[in-house]
Ligand binder design. Structure first.
Ligand SMILES: Cc1cc2nc3c(=O)[nH]c(=O)nc-3n(C[C@H](O)[C@H](O)[C@H](O)COP(=O)(O)OP(=O)(O)OC[C@H]3O[C@@H](n4cnc5c(N)ncnc54)[C@H](O)[C@@H]3O)c2cc1C
Length: 444
């Protein structure tokens, strides 16, 4: 049985979810983390996105709790806000505000990315089968030949600048955006990984503000999506722990402000298409600098297509696929992958399947999220990509559907459930929605 040691590269959200998920099966799980894992306060240099709004989809919440039961209770104790999506969120999309709907029965939690990762890390530190090696930097894979094919048999790392070799049964890359697995596999002669990119040159710029203790609705959330293709900005105001508002603005195709406070405020005033956004924050008391994150766009490395994908290796999280973060899917994809690994890893340790099989199982869920993001990103004329008739039809229909969701309870609920990956996207073609579109055709 190959169940002695599993190594995970990266101790952020994906690495932690997977470590916990496989810890029942392996005798020991080692997490290699470039930074100090037990850092609960300071900024993480390698996870700069933690400064920006992170929304956790309902599907992600459910799947994370399958790995860490009642994790949302830890988050609530840490100050996370429990949001009623029907009444707490002011949501502007395609030129209109969605009607407030009480008792819709859809809820979510808002918190900072830091709080989520801290709660997860605390659970990891309580798992005696998981060992953390902080300040260790993964360098390369060790390979060996089994049954005439090349397999991964461990890693070479740098620990406080000293080279070290670690052998293992399984290695999982969860090292995020900077993963170099594709380059290393190519160097080993295992082939070129096909990369799919949707280039949108996007940026997020964020700042924290103090929330007044007497604020009428401490869960008040504002979500503004511009009207593509001309308008390219988004704006989000969410309540996070410690009585703070986290404000993120940004946009597609270089349409985002600089880190200067004046630029940030000017953007919220001039580029966010509703006056209420700037009016809401103009009198808030800022309590942080302005942070910016720039990204070329979404990227998906298709390891499932690599014929010589070595057994003993898995690539996960942002190291595998990082869709446009505006759609808030990244962590949910990590949670889906962690659950897929959990369901299949025992079979693998019994040598009944290889890791290429598990790697290929990630594809279906990524496809759904990737295509949802792609269809939206292709609304902008600057986005390069094939706009075939099906994509154009879905864009046309999707816009009408979003507009009906501003008017009716049913469409609104379905739209949120699709976004939160609770329902398949085919639900937008439900006969009731078609009927509502016909009835409201003059308004949409
Ligand atoms: C601006 C922005 C906003 C986002 N908003 C959302 C959102 O609303 N909802 C959502 O679900 N997702 C969102 N995402 C995506 C989300 O941040 C990622 O999906 C998530 O961080 C992926 O986690 P990860 O563990 O795979 O990688 P990361 O969180 O990037 O972590 C990688 C880890 O690997 C470590 N590491 C790197 N290299 C090495 C090495 N050589 N050796 C050892 N360790 C190493 C790093 O130190 C780090 O701890 C957003 C992303 C961005 C950029």
């Amino acid at each position: 049985m190959r169940n002695k040691v599993a190594i995970i590269i990266g101790g952020s959200i994906t690495g932690c979810l997977i470590a916990e998920a496989i810890s029942e099966v392996f005798e020991k799980v080692l997490i290699l983390e470039k930074e100090q894992f037990e850092n609960f306060k300071k900024d993480r240099k390698n996870v700069p996105q933690e400064k920006h709004v992170h929304v956790l989809l309902n599907k992600g919440e459910q799947l994370i709790e399958e790995i860490f039961p009642k994790l949302m209770d830890d988050l609530k104790r840490g100050g996370a806000n429990y949001i009623d999506m029907g009444i707490d969120i002011d949501w502007f999309q395609f030129g209109s505000w969605k009607k407030k709907i009480s008792k819709m029965g859809l809820y979510t939690h808002f918190f900072s990315r830091k709080l989520l990762d801290n709660c997860v890390k605390k659970r990891i530190l309580n798992n005696s089968k998981i060992e953390i090696i902080s300040n260790s930097s993964f360098d390369s894979y060790l390979y060996e030949k089994r049954n005439n094919s090349i397999c991964v048999a461990g890693v070479k790392i740098y620990l406080n600048d000293n080279e070290k070799v670690l052998y293992s049964d399984l290695v999982i890359d969860a090292s995020g955006y900077g993963s170099k697995t594709d380059k290393l596999l190519k160097l080993k002669g295992l082939g070129t990984t096909v990369k799919e990119e949707i280039i949108t040159n996007l940026g997020y710029v964020s700042r924290l503000y103090k929330r007044d203790k007497n604020t009428p609705n401490k869960n008040e959330t504002t979500v503004v999506w511009s009207k593509p293709p001309k308008e390219k900005a988004i704006g989000l105001i969410i309540p996070v722990e410690n009585d703070q508002w986290l404000v993120s603005v940004g946009g597609w195709h270089n349409n985002f402000p600089d880190k200067k406070v004046s630029d940030f405020l000017k953007f919220t005033k001039d580029s966010i298409p509703v006056k209420q956004f700037y009016d809401r924050i103009k009198n808030y008391q800022p309590i942080s600098d302005v942070y910016r994150f720039k990204l070329k766009g979404g990227i998906w490395k298709h390891y499932e297509k690599l014929e010589k994908f070595p057994d003993g290796l898995l690539v996960t999280g942002s190291a595998l696929c990082a869709p446009n973060p505006f759609y808030g899917q990244g962590i949910t994809l990590s949670a889906i992958q962690a659950n897929i690994i959990k369901s299949n890893i025992e079979e693998w340790t019994l040598e009944k399947q290889n890791t290429a099989h598990i790697q290929s199982l990630f594809t279906r869920s990524i496809n759904t999220s990737w295509n949802m993001a792609k269809i939206e990103d292709l609304r902008f004329s600057e986005t390069v990509g094939n706009r075939n008739i099906i994509i154009k039809l879905i864009q046309w229909y999707g816009k009408k559907f979003s507009k009906v969701s501003s008017l009716t309870y049913f469409a609104r609920k379905i739209q949120l459930e699709i976004i939160h990956l609770n329902k398949s996207f085919y639900w937008m073609f439900h006969p009731i929605i078609l009927f509502q579109m016909i009835v409201n055709h003059k308004k949409i």
